[in-house]
Design a binder for this molecule. Structure first.
Ligand SMILES: Cc1ncc(COP(=O)(O)O)c(C=O)c1O
Length: 393
């Protein structure tokens, strides 16, 4: 290629390859310091003390994508994707992990624990590895083997709890109290909401310091959506926004406790079957801060919608094919939910609407990690014994 555009001045042949040339003598490559935009940009409204940030991985500053092909296909010129799959472990959990670990590093802890449906666990395992902390993760025995492999690969202790996710949460929290560990559990640690609210600040900045008309987000335990509510509320309190967007939460048909609660009903067994949906990340029977989600969507005319697996998988395909964004089913739930929200009149095609794309599956390459650190437990003494046997002080 020799018909250079822009600053290209010509080309030379070097060892059989064509190298484009520029006017090197008069070029100023950069005239300012590189300053990546990260979550710490908003530390004036984060529970972080003075001094340099110690957490070593870059967090936040994810793109807000206009996705023209998706806009055209939906007839929504004001549609945006907030792409949270760009974090170190490819989900929005990385914000919460970072802020919790930052506090832990300042407090001198050596171990962090959480229970998780998968992504928060992977994020915690990766974040702890980067920060030099031990991670003790509690999952249900139904947690997917590929997700377990990623946690093990990052060197985490993984405790599989046969009584399910709620029991895993209880055991993780009990262990945190008993052993003085840093507790990252959603619902137990308000810092997770603080971190995730920075998504609202970023969206507001990326839209030219304006809130969107509506924002759609998947709902599992609830902090992702509740944090949007808090973030946009704080922008109003700071006097830099005059309103909050409508918030719309999305759950899977097969696990929709909050959609039913929103409608004033009670979910039946077929609507409370976490293993029955491909959206494992949002399949939570007892959302830790469900009331906060209901309050958030109840303000400003938002709502809750449920979507079936087919719609979730179509949304995964559409994000890949029309936006170039890879997402897992739970991560694509906002797009699936948008279709439903349009049908029921919760959003309109001429509005500024932001879809929160929350996660993309990581694949475990390389070895299986230390399998001895993956244990099935039901009680605290089994956890203690495993750690002692593992001689992993
Ligand atoms: C990909 C993905 N999206 C959304 C969520 C829901 O987040 P929250 O638990 O904050 O409601 C999760 C939770 O695990 C998730 O993994």
């Amino acid at each position: 290629m020799s018909d250079g555009t822009g600053p290209v001045t010509g080309s030379v042949q070097r060892a059989g390859a064509e190298w484009l040339q520029y006017d090197y003598a008069s070029t100023r490559l950069v005239d300012d310091e590189p300053r990546p935009v990260t979550m710490w940009r908003y530390r004036a409204l984060l529970p972080v003390g003075e001094g340099p940030v110690r957490y070593p991985l870059p967090i936040g500053g994810t793109p807000l994508l206009p996705s023209p092909a998706l806009r055209a296909s939906l007839g929504m010129p004001g549609l945006w994707l907030k792409d949270e799959t760009r974090g170190p472990s490819a989900s929005n959990k990385d914000r919460a992990t970072a802020l919790v670990i930052e506090g832990g590093l300042r407090g001198g802890v050596d171990t962090i624990t959480t229970a998780s449906t998968g992504n928060a666990a992977i994020s915690t395992a990766f974040g702890a590895a980067a920060a030099g902390l031990r991670a003790a993760i509690f999952v249900s025995t139904g947690c997917r083997p590929d997700k377990l492999a990623l946690m093990a690969q990052a060197g985490a202790w993984v405790f599989r709890v046969s009584a399910g996710y709620a029991a895993a949460v209880d055991l993780s929290r009990t262990a945190a109290r008993a052993f003085g560990w840093l507790d990252r559990n959603t619902g137990a640690n308000p810092v997770t909401v603080e971190a995730k609210k920075t998504v609202a600040f970023e969206v507001w900045e990326q839209l030219g310091r304006r809130p969107p008309d509506a924002m759609v987000a998947p709902v599992g335990d609830g902090p992702t959506l509740a944090a949007l509510d808090k973030g946009f509320d704080e922008l109003v309190r700071c006097g830099v926004a005059d309103r909050r967007p409508r918030l719309i939460g999305v759950q899977a048909d097969r696990c929709q406790p909050l959609v039913q609660a929103w409608r004033g009903g009670v979910a039946g067994p077929a609507q409370l079957d976490p293993a029955g949906t491909v959206a494992d990340g949002i399949a939570v029977l007892r959302p830790a801060i469900g009331d906060a989600v209901l309050a958030a969507v109840g303000r400003d005319g938002g709502g809750m919608v449920a979507v079936d697996d087919e719609a979730l998988l179509r949304a995964v395909d559409a994000l890949a094919a029309r936006a170039g964004v890879g997402a897992e089913p739970a991560g694509a739930a906002a797009l699936a939910g948008l279709h439903r929200a349009l049908e029921v009149g919760l959003v309109h095609r001429d509005e500024n609407v932001v879809l929160l794309v929350t996660g993309r599956e990581l694949k475990a390459a390389g070895g299986p990690g230390d399998g001895r650190r993956v244990r099935t437990v039901d009680r605290l003494d089994e956890v203690e014994k495993a750690l002692a046997d593992g001689n992993d002080g």
